[in-house]
Design a protein around this ligand. Structure first.
Ligand code: SF4
Length: 370
């Protein structure tokens, strides 16, 4: 086993990222084999349980209410619908369901109680349950853990410096504090980011410094390639080249040997050969399903055909960690504290976010007139 280091520097990571590609691939593949079964890939299904209407200004996100995009919003999905979708995902080979809600942060109340019920329901289906609900307090994280949550996703998105160029409504430290709150429970941490937002390679390395110096390191790290959606501030970004994705996956694998590295958004733009190289470079998790929250994703059958061609097998649930126990709400040890904490709002101005917001206003005014 190679050593897990928590003191990676940006310079060291840049040196890894910029190695000749064949050397980078070889090193990453060797580390991958020391820590993981190279033929097992974990398959997650991402379910948008509440879509659109979000108060944040994340420059990459079509769910931000302030931008005009053509996504269809929906209120919180009923538990039975979530259960039916989870069963379908299980039947098609997924071992994990990740439920995403377009919230800035979790607020105690009936909607959070519903989400807790969804967690209990899916854990009882013997699937790993993950949630991505925005910032959470320690008590909220404990309530999720008690319901049987396996993982909590909270991405750092980019380096601390570049994060400020993409989002003005929440701070990087709040992200780290949320991860810290999750770490006070037995829930595993899923945290990664997005490439292709206009960041430099130094920013990519900076994000990997932030993730790899967490102790413990996240159990899973999604690497997303930006899907530039019309109407968002990043609509004009060029697609990420496959080589950049491969380098990012390999560098992530080398600095975080134990982590499940997940190919996430942007897979539809990748060829099968490109995806195969990412698996070789250490990616061992994918999101399945024809949609990733609101952006397109390869069809599950296509994924299974690719797995067959490459001799890959979907990983069984709870391979890395035992299944959490579910405590029923009536037996809960943690009561709702009526929490709606004031997380920070830096509110600095990001020109392209302001422009996209102004454009959305104009479009809405025009639509109203028609
Ligand atoms: S990424 Fe999440 S927090 Fe940001 S706008 Fe989209 S839904 Fe809201």
């Amino acid at each position: 086993m190679s050593e897990i280091r928590h003191n990676w520097t940006k310079e060291e990571i840049l040196e890894i990222y910029n190695k000749p590609l064949m050397e980078l691939l070889f090193e990453a593949a060797q580390i991958h084999r020391l820590h993981h079964d190279p033929n097992a890939v974990q398959v997650s299904t991402l379910l948008s349980i509440k879509t659109g209407g979000c108060s944040e200004d994340c420059g990459y996100c079509p769910q931000a209410a302030r931008y005009h995009t053509d996504i269809e919003g929906n209120d919180l999905m009923p538990v039975q619908v979530v259960k039916a979708q989870a069963l379908r995902a299980k039947a098609s080979g997924s071992s994990r369901v990740c439920m995403g809600a377009s919230w800035r942060n979790v607020k105690d109340g009936p909607e959070f109680d519903e989400v807790l019920e969804m967690v209990r329901t899916i854990n009882k289906l013997d699937m790993e349950v993950c949630c991505t609900l925005g910032m959470v307090t320690e008590n909220q994280a404990k309530r999720l853990a008690e319901a049987g949550l396996y993982a909590y996703n909270h991405n750092l998105d980019s380096s601390e410096e570049y994060y400020k160029e993409v989002i003005s409504t929440r701070g990087y430290q709040d992200r780290l504090d949320t991860i810290g709150n999750v770490r006070k429970t037995n829930v595993t941490v899923c945290s990664g980011g997005i490439i292709g937002m206009g960041e430099s390679i130094e920013d990519r390395a900076g994000m990997l410094v932030a993730l790899s110096t967490l102790d413990p390191q996240p159990e899973s790290t999604p690497i997303n390639a930006l899907v530039a959606v019309e109407g968002t501030p990043l609509e004009d970004q060029k697609p990420v080249e496959i080589w950049e994705m491969i380098r990012m996956v390999a560098a992530t694998r080398i600095v975080m040997p134990e982590t499940q590295v997940r190919l996430s958004a942007g897979r539809t733009q990748m060829s099968q050969e490109g995806q195969a190289m990412c698996f070789f470079a250490g990616a061992n998790s994918i999101f399945a399903g024809d949609k990733l929250l609101t952006t397109p994703n390869p069809d599950v059958n296509e994924d299974m055909k690719l797995f067959q061609k490459l001799g890959l097998n979907p990983m069984k649930p709870f391979t890395k960690k035992v299944q959490p126990r579910t405590v029923e709400s009536a037996d809960s040890e943690f009561i709702a504290q009526g929490e709606n904490p004031k997380w920070t709002r830096p509110e600095h101005k990001i020109d392209r976010n302001e422009e996209a917001k102004a454009k959305a206003k104009e479009i809405r005014a025009e639509l109203k007139e028609k």
